[in-house]
Design a protein around this ligand. Sequence first.
Ligand code: ADP
Length: 277
Amino acid sequence: MSQFTIPKFLLYLVFLIITRGNHYTLNSDVITTRSTSRSRSTEPHLSTDAPKIIIGGGPASGKGTQCEIISMQFGVVHLSSGDILREAVKGDSYIGRIAQKYMDEGKLVPDDVIIEVINERLKQDDCQKRGWLLDGFPRTKYQAEALLKAKMVPDAFIVLEVPDYILIDRVCGRRMDPLTGKIYNLKYDPPTDEAVRTRLMKRSDDDEEKIKTRILDYKAHIEAVKSYFSDQIVTVDGSLPSGKVSAQVVEGIKMRLASASLHSTKRSEGQKWFPVA
Ligand code: ADP
């Protein structure tokens, strides 16, 4: 029986047509496809030099106040896991309905739920371009692992340390003005305007019993979370006056950003490059 064979040069020609213009390079973290064709500008950016920051601390440790300063100073997108979940509850979304009963009891929302929400948000354009500030996430070992698995590696991880009795005191007096969103404390920072005072609202999970559950939860997980980010941790005494706390927070972030950029320069200096074409 006669056998039909395709000439080798024809196979090679077909191969060239299929892979036209594409060079494939492999590095240890990400597989990227670099196209030399006109579609280059529409490809997603898989890495960015924008700052990536995490802030952790017990409930009412002052994360919210520091986040305002950090996002102004570094131009990053502030993502509070608590705020995102509260919005979902308010909007009565599927996620919100799952989260509500855990939040009302002062318990952590299941890992899978919050991981999905945060990972989706971090992929969006604003976070990729401006960088991000994660507030309240990751809170468990699994959340930390999920973040790193999604290649979201922070430059700095700020930890605000505040003794339990101060946290309890702050939470029990915490109130919010529903018109402006401003947070007050009846004991340390009461509103001067009587109209504001009368419309203040208390968060449903801000009572002494629930705060104790939330502090215990925080303590049960924080060391495991920190262990994933030992090179990025900056510990700040969150019981100091807020101006002093923010000075140390900003300084700590700058230090970590400088060290992260030094490392990436060193990495690229040490890399060997080979022609791939
Ligand atoms: P706080 O730090 O005072 O507990 P947050 O606003 O950060 O307040 O969170 C409010 C609630 O939202 C938490 O008690 C928890 O139920 C839920 N939550 C927020 N972030 C997470 C998270 N990363 N993992 C699980 N649950 C979370």
